[in-house]
Structure formats: C-alpha cells, structure tokens
Design a protein around this ligand. Structure first.
Ligand code: NAP
Length: 248
C-alpha cells in the first residue's frame, strides 16, 4: 500500500520538519498551509530535491470549506490518505485569563480544536475499514501546556490542547477496531516561529535553564516521535502520548 500523508501546517516549524522526515520515510506528502506560500514551497522544494514526492495545498483547516478542499486535493493528486498529522495550531499574545475575550477564544478553539476534529473526520472516512478503507494512523500535535496550564501566558491555548488530549483518547477507542491508530505528541519549548505569535520570540531561551534538560527542543526531535507513532513499529500503540518537553 502506498503511504500518503497530510500534514496540516506543514509549511513551517514542527510541521515542516515532519513533512521532510515523512518524505524520507517513503510517504507522498501533502504540505498544508494557511497563507505562507513561500514557506510551503520551500518545504516542498527540499522534499523534491531529496527525491521525494510532495504537493503544497493552501487551506484553512479550521473551516469546513478548507478541509473539504484539502482532502479533495489529496484524493485527486496523491490518492487515498493513509496518515494524518493534525499539526496546525495557533496561540496569541501572552496575557491573563481576565483579559481574554470571546473573540480570541473563538479563534483559538476554532483553529486548535475544531480543525483537528474536521480533519480527523475526513481521514476516517477514507481510512476506516468500516468504509472499505485500508486503515491508517493519526497523530495529533498537542502540547505539554495541556498538563502545565500556561498560567500568565495563554491558558486558552493550554485548554485547547487539553481538549486535544481528550479527543485523542476518545477517538483512538472509537476507531481502534477499524484499522486506525490515534496517538498524540506533547511538545514544549521547541525552537519555532510560534513563540513570536505570543509576543516573545526568545521565549525558549528565557525558559531553557529551568528545564531538567536545560535546553530547548528542535522541530526534528518532535518529527522523529511523530514518524515513530505513524510507523508499523508502533502497531500496538493507540491512545498514547509522547511528551517532548525536555523533562518538564
Ligand atoms: P509555527 O512554526 O507557528 O507554524 C504553524 C503552522 O500552522 C504554519 O505552517 C501555519 O501556516 C499553519 N497554520 C496555522 N493556522 C492554520 C490553519 N487555520 N490552517 C492551516 N494551517 C495553519 O508552529 P509550530 O511551533 O511548528 O507548532 C506546530 C504545532 O505544535 C502546533 O499545534 C503547536 O500548538 C504545537 N506545539 C508547539 C510548541 C513549540 O514550542 N513550538 C510546543 C507545543 C506544541 P502558515 O505558514 O501559512 O502560516
């Protein structure tokens, strides 16, 4: 069976590292992104220069229309998806709960919770043996924030990742007998652009001395865990979480 993977938010950071590693492991890769076309194309170019197969698809995965466009593009250009990485996620300016309004909560929960639900739904329709699919694997990119809470920074973001943990547990049980494994990674303190969205680009360097390993993580270290969870080596692993947070 040919291996076809969709990585939401594959243009930058953890998603891009995962896309490049997946291609090296023999997947045909769909690099989804929101609006940074240059970054998405750069990821696709790296994969192709290494002999891999990749396409870039712009789609807002927090919207039904975007998810429909993403999956129909993959159906027609690559074939039936066998692996999904629900990686796209956002956070906003560091603040306290007392200053968070409903509009911000809508943005965070739509991107970080509704998006992964919608993408998983479309993947299951294609993977599940119940729908004559051949099975597959899903990895949700949660965060150690789901355990730690992100007090004083972004409790809304942390709560959205708590929802992803519960989603991972429930969905893994729901589709376990249908040939689909569902797991999650919980990174933290990874060197990506995301911290700039919170208003502190150097956040990892500020915090790293307080971590047991006393360093931040690289996107490739998260990608390694994601690819393991997707692989046959993890064939009896579902509903599981791998923490990548330097021991925190
Ligand atoms: P990043 O560098 O900010 O990249 C975010 C990616 O998501 C980009 O590819 C972006 O596309 C895409 N994206 C955002 N909203 C989207 C939407 N609605 N539809 C489609 N694509 C969308 O982020 P990152 O740090 O790699 O984070 C990736 C995941 O890891 C997130 O779920 C994040 O919560 C999680 N995580 C990160 C850390 C960390 O320390 N970095 C820690 C814990 C968890 P564009 O390029 O087009 O903007």
């Amino acid at each position: 069976m040919s291996k076809i993977i969709i990585i939401t938010g594959g243009s930058r950071g953890i998603g891009a590292a995962t896309a490049i590693l997946a291609a090296a492991r023999g997947y045909a890769v769909c690099v989804n992104y929101l609006r940074n076309h240059l970054a998405a194309q750069a990821t696709v170019d790296i994969i192709r220069s290494q002999g891999g197969k990749a396409i870039a698809v712009a789609a807002d995965v927090s919207q039904e229309s975007g998810v429909a466009h993403l999956f129909s593009s993959v159906d027609s250009q690559l074939g039936p998806v066998t692996a999904l990485v629900n990686n796209a996620g956002i956070l906003e300016q560091q603040t306290r709960v007392q200053d968070i309004d409903a509009a911000r909560l809508q943005r965070i929960l739509t991107a970080n919770v509704i998006g992964p639900f919608l993408c998983a739904r479309e993947a299951i329709k294609r993977m599940s043996t119940r729908h004559d699919g051949k099975g597959g694997a899903i990895v949700n990119v949660s965060s150690a924030a789901a355990r730690l809470g992100s007090a004083g920074e972004y409790v809304d973001y942390a709560a959205s990742k708590g929802a992803i943990d519960t989603f991972t547990t429930g969905l893994s049980q729901e589709v376990a007998a249908e040939g689909i494994r569902v797991n999650a990674v919980r990174p933290a303190f990874i060197y990506t652009d995301m911290h700039a969205s919170g208003g502190e680009p150097e956040r990892v360097d500020r915090i790293k001395a307080s971590l047991p390993m006393q360093r931040g993580g690289q996107p490739e270290e998260v990608a390694n865990a994601i690819l393991w969870l997707l692989s046959e080596e993890a064939s009896y692993t579902t509903g599981s979480f791998i923490d990548l947070a330097g021991g925190k």
